[in-house]
Design a protein around this ligand. Structure first.
Ligand SMILES: [Zn+2]
Length: 402
């Protein structure tokens, strides 16, 4: 007797199991076969094993076990020899597969979708069953040392998923669904969870006085841009931080926008300027991009333009030697408790008027240009090398790589 058949025999002698639950114990065996078909086939083979027609004997215990598990031919055979056996409810699922009403589940999902107006093209099913079912399932597998089984949730997800995909005309997605249809298999109740979408974009801040988050902020403008998707909320994940007074120009700064529970999933052709913020290079991304752009923020080389008020006067020669000094120069900054070492690749100084100079600073990412200029926690710094106090008046980011 094969391993599958022997294990199945042991299982049925111990527990009444429906075709689904028996078949599921051997789910990794076979091909293009539902668990129900597999379970039924196994019961048929066991029935043949139980009846030895050449000798005219039969294995009564096995026939009783099969009949108890609802095997029709076993029930009929036993009835013919005067044994009227009542099938018992499945030890694992308690008859769940007979009770489950796919039509009603599909109808409820349809209604939910229609009333809420959710747009989606792919779905996944997440079903729940009682704790007792899970426990019984594990009990049977472990007692019999079966490692080929599949979980009941997986089978339910597949059966319900198939029905929904056919009825709704959408795709099933295991890895990246637009919605997750949650089904409580015990009472047939359903809910639809809309998955977030991730939109990658770059922004320019053309005006000063715009913080990244808070009132009248970049985040506020972004949520305005995203309102066409009708989300519950939006969150921005920005590659780096700039102060409210810092403009971001040139190539802009990258960010990922997390759009939570959008009713509409088509990214509109956005762009344009709103409250001094411009979004561009907008494209669909995925969740992993959030971590990527955040972790890379410190590496993104950037160019600043800073207007600086010097507290005293300096000569052209001093400016020239300042530029020479800050060529590929390592600068150490204390930011909170963190000691950061960053490279200043290049510095250009252009006197404007009345002690005001314009600096162009080309540096590594994660570098505080403000501290570099006022000298706070920075070594070497502009005031340190120049021997003059310096105050940044205006800061613009001209370019951020990456
Ligand atoms: Zn069952």
């Amino acid at each position: 007797m094969s391993m599958v058949i022997e294990k199945a025999r042991q299982a049925l002698l111990k527990y009444p199991l429906c075709d689904h639950c028996l078949g599921r114990l051997f789910a990794s065996r076979g091909f293009m076969m539902s668990n129900e078909e597999r379970g039924r086939s196994i019961k048929n083979v066991l029935f043949m094993e139980a009846l030895n027609s050449s000798s005219g004997t039969y294995d009564e215990a096995l026939l009783l076990a099969l009949a108890r598990s609802g095997h029709r031919e076993s029930l009929m055979f036993l009835r013919r020899i005067g044994r009227d056996i009542k099938p018992q409810v499945c030890f694992i699922c308690g008859g769940l597969f007979d009770r489950i009403n796919l039509g009603a589940i599909v109808a409820k999902v349809k209604e939910l979708i229609n009333t809420s107006g959710i747009e989606f093209s792919s779905l996944q099913v997440g079903s729940t069953v009682s704790r007792a079912i899970i426990d019984n399932e594990v009990k049977v597998s472990t007692e019999l040392g079966i490692t080929s089984s599949e979980s009941i949730k997986r089978e339910l997800n597949r059966i319900i998923g198939k029905a929904l995909v056919t009825e709704l005309g959408r795709q099933y997605s295991r890895s990246n669904p637009d919605v997750i249809v949650k089904v409580n298999a015990m009472d047939g109740s359903v809910s639809v969870e809309v998955m977030p979408i991730y939109v990658e974009a770059r922004y320019r801040k053309l005006l000063r006085g715009i913080p990244q988050v808070g009132g009248n902020s970049l985040a506020r403008v972004v949520s305005e841009f995203m309102s066409q998707l009708k989300p519950a909320s939006t969150v921005i994940h920005v590659a780096g931080v700039e102060g409210p007074e810092v403009r971001v120009l040139g190539s802009g700064r990258p960010m990922v926008i997390e759009v939570d529970r959008p009713l509409n999933r088509r990214i509109p052709a956005m762009g344009g300027v709103l409250n001094g913020v411009q979004l561009f290079d907008i494209k669909l991304a995925n969740k992993s991009r959030v971590r990527e752009i955040k972790s890379r923020a410190g590496e993104l080389r950037r160019i600043y333009r800073v207007l600086v008020k010097l507290q005293g006067s300096a000569s052209e020669e001093q400016f020239k030697s300042l530029e020479d000094y800050f060529t590929n120069r390592q600068v150490t900054q204390l930011v909170g408790r963190e000691r950061r070492v960053r490279l200043v690749y290049r510095l250009r100084v252009r006197p404007v008027s009345g002690g005001v100079v314009e600096l162009i600073v080309d540096s590594q990412g994660g570098f505080s240009v403000r501290r570099f200029i006022n000298g706070e926690g920075t070594e070497p710094s502009i005031p340190g090398v120049l021997g003059l106090g310096a105050v940044p008046i205006e800061i613009d980011i001209l370019n951020i790589a990456g």
